[in-house]
Design a protein around this ligand. Structure first.
Ligand code: F6R
Length: 599
């Protein structure tokens, strides 16, 4: 949530901060602002809306200066407005702060500071930090920050400047921060995306660490003032990977990247028909698996449960990460907690991971962003290698997660001495080709989008492995097109949702040729009898479904374990085209942020 950027170097800071904020906009975008130290003190510029609005203001009122901080906001405290946008200043406008996270005790701190004479202008929790630092400032920004943060309860990623010292102080507890080390410049940001165009050398801050960045050098200290040794790491992604490459939106580009992304998840992990996964636990000692995730990653977790139980025989549960730690879960030492997260920064998932560790469970992460907080805290992990996912609606991470979960299930089975079906392994390797085929003929999907774009509601139905795909299809549609959509197990329809069906209700059925095929046909008949409009995603070799509906989307036939990977592609595309036809900015749907770092 929210994006932080800071720059200290030899160039015009305001321009670099704006460029960085544009790249961070996917983290939150209801308002934005920058603060730069100019000759006559801190100059702060803020705007409600997109970074582009802020940029327009800057063109009218340019700021000169070579160090400063910036922020793109996703509101938690106080409405999206110019006043509530970051940076937040102290009373004398000598200190500026940008913040991700939530200050839980801000009300009591605010009361205390008001009693001492501080004047607040915003409704935000963040503003208490600039005033606290002002209170403690005696010529050294990091010392004042340490004193201020001792009083703060909650989570933060912070970048702070003062007009008196040429430095940026950044501190982290629960909200990610990375320092980029260039030749004549340093950049601090909430993720590596805006850093990449400057340098590939980075240092990741851990919780309760602080970076002090000056022209000469940078230091990392713990929040109790002790020096910390840090390794400078090299980022492997390149700038090209985070550009749109001719696609209208990142989401569409990322949908099209799926064949390559899945191939990357598989690379080096299947050899001579055997699965090569290095994990840091004894598969034979695992009695139970709990998978923890949120949103789209939770949908892949549901598919993972199916794979793991069916292929490796280990009882597996799936929990919403946000529910897990509040329900006093029973976790034992011989449990394996698998956490799934594209960003590796989702606050609920991180909290669930820490809860599982508290009970001594072994942990495994299925993560995309290398070096992210969750990736660092798990005992062992499977990186997706999907490349950066910028579109707010997750697409390639989902299919790569399914791929990784199938690899995990096969690997657990092998390690437990079970025979694995060789045709599953062979089919897995052919998944990228099959997805390419779907991406090669989009006409039917575009036709469906045109036909149903004005619907008010949608029902997505699937069974077995394709029930989570129905959930995912419905989530994609609602988050980017704002059409109400629900996913259901097809057989559950008759226990309630069937009451919704009339001639205005499109019902999308996922109809793979598996053991549920005939049953799904009966469910389709039930919808047809009530006048519902059926859309069906079917296998190319299907002969029956065209008798039930003319709205057919064909996908290549495949092994039943591969069906979620294949069937979700048209659903992603349908959601994309509906949203685009409605004129919605697909990469920046309202109220959403890419990385949800608040609980
Ligand atoms: C939906 C979407 C979200 C995320 C969820 C978890 O398109 O992107 O539902 O899946 O916020 O995010 P990660 O996987 O980063 O933990």
């Amino acid at each position: 949530m929210c994006g932080i950027i800071g720059y200290l170097g030899d160039k015009n800071a305001s321009k670099i901060l704006i460029d960085g904020l544009k790249k961070l906009e996917y983290r939150g975008y209801d308002s934005a602002g920058i603060a730069v130290v100019a000759n006559d003190g801190i100059k702060c510029l803020k705007s409600k809306g997109r970074v582009a609005d802020l940029e327009k203001k800057l063109l009218e009122d340019p700021i000169e200066g070579s160090f400063g901080i910036g922020h793109t906001r996703w509101a938690t405290h106080g409405i999206p407005s110019e006043i509530n946008a970051h940076p937040h200043l102290d009373c004398k406008k000598q200190i500026a702060v940008v913040h991700n996270g939530i200050i839980e005790n801000y009300n009591s701190l605010k009361d205390l500071l008001i009693k001492e004479g501080h004047k607040f202008v915003s409704e935000t929790d963040t503003e208490v930090i600039s005033h606290l630092i002002e209170k403690f400032y005696a010529g050294n920004l990091e010392e004042a920050t340490i004193k201020a943060l001792k009083l703060v309860e909650g989570t933060f990623g912070l970048a702070i400047i003062s007009k008196f010292e040429r430095k940026i102080v950044a501190a982290r507890r629960g909200s990610p921060l990375v320092v980029g080390i260039g030749d004549s410049e340093k950049i601090i940001a909430s993720d590596v995306v805006p850093i990449l165009s400057h340098t590939k050398k980075v240092v990741y801050l851990k919780d309760n660490e602080m970076a002090i960045i000056t022209d000469k050098d940078f230091r990392i200290e713990s929040l109790d003032g002790k020096e910390v040794e840090k390794k400078v790491e090299e980022i492997k992604w390149d700038v090209g990977q985070i550009e749109k490459k001719g696609f209208k939106y990142f989401m569409l580009k990322e949908i099209f990247e799926q064949p390559e992304a899945i191939a990357n998840t598989l690379r080096g992990r299947v050899k001579d028909g055997k699965i090569k996964l290095t994990v840091d636990f004894d598969a034979n000692s695992i009695k139970r698996i709990t998978i923890l995730a949120c949103g789209t990653s939770w949908h892949s977790a549901l598919i993972g449960k199916y794979f793991i139980e069916k292929i490796s025989g280990i009882p597996t549960e799936v929990d919403y990460a946000s529910e897990f730690r509040y329900r006093d879960p029973i976790i034992r030492k011989d449990d394996l907690a698998v956490v799934i997260s594209q960003s590796g920064e989702t606050a609920d998932t991180l909290a669930a991971l820490r809860e599982a560790k508290k009970f001594g469970a072994k942990t495994l992460g299925i993560i995309n962003v290398v070096g992210s907080t969750i990736a660092r805290e798990v005992d062992s992990g499977i990186y997706l290698h999907a490349g950066p996912e910028i579109g707010v609606a997750s697409t390639k991470a989902f299919t790569c997660q399914i791929t990784a979960l199938l690899l995990l299930a096969l690997s657990l089975a092998e390690k437990r001495g079970l025979r694995i079906e060789q045709d599953v392994v062979d089919e897995l390797l052919s998944a990228p080709q099959k997805i390419k085929k779907i991406l090669g003929s989009l006409e039917d999907i575009k036709k469906m989008a045109e036909k149903f774009k004005d619907s008010r509601d949608f029902l997505y139905l699937g069974r077995g492995l394709n029930f989570p795909v129905a959930l995912e299809g419905a989530l994609k549609l609602k988050e980017i097109s704002y059409i109400h959509a629900e996913g259901y197990p097809a057989a559950e329809m008759k226990h309630g949702p069937i009451a919704l069906i009339d001639e205005n209700m499109p019902v999308l059925f996922i109809v793979p040729k598996d053991n549920t095929y005939e049953k799904i046909i009966s469910n389709m008949e039930e919808v047809k009898a009530r006048g519902g409009k059926i859309i069906a995603v079917v296998s190319e070799d299907d002969k029956k479904i065209s008798k039930l509906t003319e709205n057919i989307i064909k996908v290549p036939p495949c092994h039943q374990y591969l069906t979620p990977l294949i069937n979700v592609i048209p659903l992603q595309l349908l959601a994309y085209y509906v949203a685009d036809l409605k004129g919605i900015n697909v990469d920046k749907p309202r109220n959403l942020a890419k990385s949800v770092t608040v609980e």
